[in-house]
Design a binder for this molecule. Sequence first.
Ligand SMILES: [Zn+2]
Length: 256
Amino acid sequence: MTGHDIHAYFEAHYPADQAFTWDHVGLQVGTLDRPIKKMMITLDVTLDTVKQAIEANADFILAHHPLMFHPVETLDTREIKGQIIEHLVMHKITVYAAHTNFDTGTPGMNGHLAEVIGLENPQVLNSHEEGLSIGRIGTITPTTIKAFADTLKPLFKTTHVGVITRRPLHTEIKKVAISGGAGSPDKEAAFAAGADLFLTGDITYHTALELLDMDLPAIDIGHFAEHVFKAYFVDVFNAHDCIVFASHETSPYQWV
Ligand SMILES: [Zn+2]
């Protein structure tokens, strides 16, 4: 298997033209030409995860979040980004990103998140201007906001979730919308679809105030919730003749 096989898989299942126009998906660093013997799946390409790849002798990194997002004008190896790229090039490690092309796909990131939280009959939550669909909405066995929040924590490896509502936490919920990552732009769609609860990550203070005024209960499950995608790609690519493993990542936040 070479990088071209990975690229062909994504073009068949999650093509680059299904990514938002502002995104940068596909080959990020290195080459698709070399054979892949060991591949690491990671949510983020950080100095830490790159060191894990080097230690494991990986030659290919499949990442969700693009490493190269803004144009690089100077490759200063005193800076973290410069150090990451220097390590990758020195160790001949290719980085390939599947970001919003995976978010908008089926099952894609949101299909997996919907499955993890046990959403029944999940439907697409929102269709954006570019004709790309994102998020899922479906039903759960009726429960309370508090009880549901408690079930989410182990699923997303977090000790805390931020609950945003003026309603009592014992309010019953059944219809749940989810949009992975920083999905706040999908809150209006969740409201319009009659969601009892909206889940996403990276909810800012001002967005939280808007959610309160909309009276749409929401839970900030953290951007790190997206790590659930890794197991899926470990399975997909393990079918091929290379070793595939997931990086060890934790949420950057500790709640003390
Ligand atoms: Zn994300």
